[in-house]
Write a protein that binds this ligand. Sequence first.
Ligand SMILES: [Zn+2]
Length: 291
Amino acid sequence: MKKFSLLFLLLLAGFISLNAQDRKINVIIFGAHPDDPDSDAGTAILWSEMGHNVMMVSLTNGDAGHQDMGGGALARIRRAEAEEAGKRYGVKYIALDNHDGELMPTLENRLEVIRLIRKWNADVVIGPRPNDYHPDHRYTGVLLQDAAYMVIVPNIAPDTPPLKKNPVFLYTRDRFQKPNPFTPDIAVDITDVFDQKIYGMAAHESQFFSWLPWTVGQLENVPEDPEERLKWLGNIWGGGTLSAEARASLDKWYGDDRSKLVKHAETFEICEYGRRPGDAEIRELFPMLGQ
Ligand SMILES: [Zn+2]
């Protein structure tokens, strides 16, 4: 009998530790356009490498943002580019069929966002703050805020089972100062995967090597050679220095010694409307931060 209980306890302990290791974190990253969720691709790559599930969602199909193309033809290109970027990051990447430049915080869109979060069984939801120069970005932020509580309410979108636990909602970094600047509550060292991030972003050819340079009169400065293009894009996205606030956040999460070595980081602000995690839960949800 004693032998039996010891064996039982050992099996139980093994089962519990296996389950703890097996626990998959489900992350969903929203953006307005096919290329917006990519701002957080470094952290997405790290989650994916550790066996967790990441989905990037563009709420529009990107069918307006280009100087030479538009409509369905452009939407098809944007969807193919997003799928290729997703493959390079090791995540699923989808684009909904809302028109680019016309996204509205309608009830229909809110319910669609709620269903997506529920179906992904999300632990973490990431998206823009609702203060931004682009109306699609703003309304993506509003739609996420509108979903941040409703995902647990059974009578809302009753065709999709509600989440048992409200996810943690996070804002992706932006540079806007009014009405209040972004706070980097969480900082992730992406130095080791920065080149992979840039390689993934480069899949959005019609965005990063065509449309975005065109909007700032830089189209003739885009290199032709694929290797040169990666360097050029890397300089744009990683050429600046990290802010003092981002450095302080890195010090907090990694300790001063490791933090000094960080060249590239992604930062997140905790939204007040989802579940409010403590530091221990943040380390669970962001296992790349270490203990
Ligand atoms: Zn955008």
